[in-house]
Design a binder for this molecule. Structure first.
Ligand SMILES: *[C@@H]1O[C@H](CO)[C@@H](O)[C@H](O)[C@H]1NC(C)=O
Length: 346
């Protein structure tokens, strides 16, 4: 019993000595850290706090996205904010995105939109139920986005008519256009109709841009809804158009516009020495017969790719009514029958 008692006391003393040494070491360490902290760490900490407040301020429990080539912004609630979603957006949209990120409040979401007034004016941001749904929106191509028409689907709410801020999605889409171009309505957006990198303009202003007119002379086609070609207006214009090359002022205007759109969009992609580029740069002075000098030029002008063909401008050179891609004037078809019957040399 006694030996056990003594042993315990010894043990306690040992422990005490050990702790005292540790305490001294700890005090020295604290002193060193304090000196370090006052001289170097404190200023860094203040900086780090400022940065942290800048990056992580406000609500962080959501993700956002902006379509990589069309622009409109989406938000979806999450439990953790992920800054990685800032990748892959139109460069000019960054400021608006930042404004949305620092002001978004899920309490203000109503009717599938978060609507508020930011520094640039009233904005709306489409609110999606899940991140998966947002990924589906963001992965839509320009063509898919433009064709989507069903209400309640993944539709941007653009159809075959110009859209203003008055319609439901107007507050969602127009601030994006304004941020990208400064335009507030289709009239002021008109100069941007020719820009391949701005499909949203043609989605919102298909009438102004000429998506719904076969003889508009529009060159870029992304953002134009292809289904609009089936409307009675489009078909009527196609049916009544002349079957002759550059035979009226509308064709001449379309000719100028097509070549101007061709040049502005292919500059930097095609060589400046290319014959079509040289012709366009020189103001497209000439007529449809220019295209006949090289097979590839007629093909480029007359075939629809991601661009609109000039078939309605030069129907004869383009081989109407022989080509059946839906761009030949209707009058070529009715003219063709008697011409074929009367011309025995063919
Ligand atoms: C078209 O242009 C060519 C040469 O540039 C010219 O010889 C021809 O007469 C023109 N045709 C018409 C119908 O103006």
């Amino acid at each position: 019993m006694a030996s056990i008692q003594r042993f315990l006391v010894k043990e306690e003393q040992k422990t005490y000595v050990f702790n005292l040494a540790s305490l001294l070491k700890l005090l020295v360490l604290c002193a060193v850290l304090w000196v370090l902290g006052v001289t170097t760490l404190m200023p860094n900490k203040t900086q780090a706090q400022t940065v942290r407040e800048m990056i992580c301020g406000g609500n962080r429990d959501f993700v956002y996205g902006s379509h990589p080539t069309i622009g409109p912004i989406f938000v979806a609630d999450t439990t953790q904010y992920n800054l990685k979603n800032a990748e892959n957006m139109l460069p000019n949209i960054a400021n608006l995105v930042e404004d949305v990120v620092f002001n978004y409040d899920p309490a203000d979401v109503k009717d599938y939109m978060w609507r508020t007034t930011l520094s640039g004016g009233a904005v709306a941001v489409k609110h999606l139920p899940t991140v998966t749904e947002m990924q589906a929106w963001l992965s839509m191509t320009e063509a898919e986005a433009a064709e989507e028409t069903d209400y309640g689907s993944r539709s941007y709410g653009t159809f075959c008519e110009d859209r203003s801020r008055d319609f439901w999605e107007g507050d969602w889409l127009w601030p994006t256009i304004e941020t990208l171009t400064g335009a507030k309505d289709c009239a002021s957006a008109k100069p941007f109709c020719e820009r391949r990198d701005l499909p949203l303009i043609r989605m919102m202003c298909p009438e102004t841009c000429g998506c719904v007119d076969p003889l508009a002379g529009l060159y870029v086609d992304n953002g134009c809804r292809q289904l609009c070609r089936e409307t009675p207006e489009f078909q009527a214009a196609l049916a009544s158009a002349a079957c002759q090359d550059l035979s009226n002022s509308k064709q001449e205007l379309a000719w100028q516009r097509w070549w101007s759109g061709f040049y502005s969009n292919e500059r930097g992609i095609w060589s400046e020495d290319n014959e079509m580029m040289t012709f366009a740069r020189g103001g497209a002075e000439g007529n449809c017969s220019f295209l006949l000098s090289q097979d590839w030029m007629a093909r480029t002008f007359c075939q629809q790719r991601q661009t609109r063909p000039g078939t309605m401008i030069c129907p004869s050179v383009c081989g109407c009514p022989g080509i059946t891609d839906g761009w030949c004037p209707g009058s070529c078809l009715s003219d063709a029958t008697p011409a074929e019957g009367g011309d025995s040399s063919r």
